[in-house]
Design a protein. Structure first.
Length: 139
C-alpha cells in the first residue's frame, strides 16, 4: 500500500487445489511480490506464495509459487483491462481471505507513487500517530 494509490477494488474467487486450501486456512500465504495480469480474457495471479501443506503426501502437495486463475465475470475483466491501458497502472492483490467457505482475493487497480508522494504518506501517518498519542494521554 505504501508504494501505490489504490484507485479501484474488486473481490475475485481463486482456483485452488486441496492442499493449497488447507495451507491457506492455516494462514500460510504471502502476497509480497504478487501481481495480477490479464491474459486471453482471464485474470492470473503471479508470484503468490502458498506454503506446502505439511500433512499432505508429497505426491499430492502443490507447487508453492504457481500461477493461479482468479474467477471474475467477463464484464469485470474487460473493465479492468480498460483501466490497465492507462500508463502507470497495474493490478495488485491486496488481501486473501475466506468468505462463506470460499477463498477470495481482493485485487486493486493501483497507480505507482513517486518518491515525494511516499514521503507525504509517511508524514501523514506520523501526524495521525502523534494525534492519537496525545488524545490517549488526555484520557
Amino acid at each position: 500500500m505504501h508504494d501505490y494509490f489504490i484507485e479501484a477494488k474488486l473481490e475475485c474467487g481463486i482456483a485452488l487445489v486441496g492442499s493449497e486450501v488447507k495451507s491457506l486456512r492455516h494462514g500460510h500465504a504471502q502476497l509480497q511480490e504478487a501481481y495480477v495480469s490479464v491474459e486471453k480474457g482471464r485474470l492470473i495471479l503471479h508470484g503468490c506464495h502458498i506454503d506446502p501443506y505439511k500433512q499432505a503426501a508429497i505426491v499430492y502437495n502443490h507447487v508453492p509459487r504457481r500461477e493461479r486463475f482468479l474467477l471474475a465475470h467477463q464484464r469485470e475483466i474487460r473493465k479492468l483491462q480498460g483501466e490497465l491501458e492507462q500508463k502507470g497502472t497495474t493490478l495488485i492483490p491486496l488481501a486473501i481471505y475466506f468468505k462463506g467457505g470460499r477463498a477470495k482475493v481482493e485485487i486493486g487497480v493501483a497507480k505507482g507513487k513517486q518518491q515525494f508522494d511516499k514521503r507525504q504518506t509517511i508524514k501523514k501517518k506520523e501526524a495521525d500517530r502523534e494525534l492519537r498519542r496525545v488524545q490517549s494521554f488526555r484520557r
